[in-house]
Design a protein around this ligand. Structure first.
Ligand code: GDP
Length: 469
């Protein structure tokens, strides 16, 4: 592993965020000189003589002037996040105090840390693999239960462990395949082809599931895009208002997503739903006629879930069937919502529902729910339906990926494994097969960082972190 990215200097940064109302701020140092540098300005015990994982009260002084009373925590290498000596100074959360202390410590020999540099060091020194390090950023950014779960699982090695285990098995086979080369005249096969095929199949299945989990993973990280579409007066804005009003207190914007249109978000069961392009909806005119079929299609295209709304008074079954068919694409989850059941006869399944179900069920959707958009009680089941629509039961307890870099690497690994299978089927000699396996290995390893990773790639990954992480 290249160590050029990591230098022996001691870095410093504020680990907590500036400008909040919190009482305490934490300044963190990491590197060979972390303890010595801190000790130079710390009045209390001699920090260089203290054990790891101890906390010390004292003052930070600049030429005798007391800047603050602080608590200093010591983590001596390798028992720290970065695997280097780490000092954490808890100060009072004043911008002035923080700046003074950081500047003072820089004067004594520390250097201001780059974004993500603490985590980069943790990775470089083997404390975290690359996927775990990336999960740290996701964990910090997690805003709901679902994204927190996924990030926590990844940080604790959820994705890496299984990949590493399979990678080790592949490496064994590659060694055996390469050995065959030395005995090529004797026509021996050290690597049992049947076992090898079984391993490739297992790996492909695992990778395929991971690739498949990305849509869900990405949805829970960034919010599941939902489009509400239907004819004028179907009750779209009424439904949106009812859904949102219930959750008003906890509805918040998702940080970091760019959008050109107004979007409302709703958090149900720890999953964030984003209602696409609700600008017109909240007041009125965003209807199929008004926005045109093309626009409706555009809107549906961005969605993972389509709530198609209609009622039996202003719609015909044919209209609903044709429009849903024209909006549908592979992977879109369609939920048919028949509205206004509070009106005469509306509670009962009718001929229209039957015709719609007959035409659309199984191929386009399997969900039809009858509601009164005005009535919160009646809308509630729709929330469960939304959650279930994306909580694919197959994904329960499975590893989930949320990172595009991982997705790309997995796709390349999958393609490479297919090449290996193809090579095996056409009786490719061991050494050429081994070469193909190495390609697959390289892609798998790039996820966990078990190979030399390009400096630029590391720069991009850790550059996205904030300073202090
Ligand atoms: P949009 O054009 O699809 O956004 O429809 P609106 O939400 O503006 O609703 C159109 C009309 O239908 C309004 O007068 C609503 O009050 C009414 N409406 C919406 N939902 C219901 C419902 O569940 N029951 C009844 N009776 N009227 C409804």
């Amino acid at each position: 592993m290249s160590t050029a990215l990591i230098s022996s200097d001691t870095i410093i940064a504020l680990a907590t965020s500036l400008g909040t109302n919190g009482a305490i701020a934490v300044i963190r140092l990491s590197g060979l000189e972390a303890v010595r540098i801190t000790n130079e300005v710390f009045k209390g015990k001699d920090l260089t003589k203290q054990a790891s994982h101890t906390i010390h009260f004292g003052t930070i002084r600049d030429d005798g002037e007391i800047i603050d009373e602080v608590l200093v925590s010591l983590f001596i290498a390798p028992h720290s996040y970065t695997k280097e000596d780490v000092v954490e100074i808890s100060t009072h959360n004043s911008k002035y105090i923080i700046e003074r202390i950081i500047n003072l410590l820089i004067k004594k020999g520390a250097r201001a840390a780059n974004p993500g540099e603490f985590t980069l060091r943790a990775f470089m020194n083997g404390g975290l693999d690359l996927a775990q390090a990336e999960a740290v950023a996701d964990l910090i950014a997690s805003e709901n239960k679902a994204s927190h779960e996924v990030a926590m699982n990844q940080m604790r090695g959820g994705i890496s462990n299984k990949l590493q285990e399979m990678r080790d098995k592949l490496i064994n086979f590659t060694a055996l395949l390469e050995l065959e080369l030395d005995f090529s005249e004797e026509d021996v096969e050290f690597a049992d082809r049947e076992q090898f095929q079984a391993l490739i199949t297992e790996l492909k299945t695992h990778i395929y599931r991971l690739i498949d989990s990305f849509t869900y993973g990405n949805a829970i990280k960034n919010g599941v895009p939902v489009a509400i579409i239907g004819k004028p007066n179907a009750g779209k804005s009424t439904l949106l208002n009812t859904l949102l009003d219930e959750e008003r207190a906890i509805v918040s914007d998702i940080a970091g997503t760019t959008r050109d249109t107004i979007e409302e978000t709703l958090n149900i069961d720890g999953i964030t739903f984003r209602f696409i392009d609700t600008a017109g909806l909240r007041d009125t005119e965003d209807t199929i006629e008004a926005i045109g079929v093309t626009k409706a299609k555009e809107k549906a295209k961005q969605a993972k879930v389509l709530l198609y709304m209609y009622d039996e008074f202003d719609n015909t079954a044919e209209e609903v069937i044709n429009q849903v068919k024209s909006l549908y694409f592979d992977g879109l989850k369609v939920i048919l919502v028949r509205n206004k059941i509070d009106r005469k006869g509306g509670y009962f399944e009718n001929v229209m529902d039957q015709a719609i179900k007959e035409a659309l069920f199984t191929a386009y959707t399997d969900t039809l729910v009858a509601i009164s958009a005005k009535d919160a009680d009646s809308v509630r089941p729709l929330k469960d339906i939304l959650v279930n629509a994306i909580k694919d039961s197959q994904l329960e307890g499975q590893q989930i990926i949320t990172n595009t870099r991982h997705l790309e690497a997995l796709q390349l690994a999958y393609d490479a494994l297919e090449q290996v299978e193809f090579g095996m089927a056409s009786g490719l000699p061991g050494d050429l097969l081994a070469h193909q396996v190495r390609t697959a290995l390289r892609h798998i390893s790039s996820i966990t960082g078990d190979i030399d990773i390009d400096r630029d790639i590391l720069g991009t990954i850790f550059g996205k972190f904030c300073i202090g992480k």
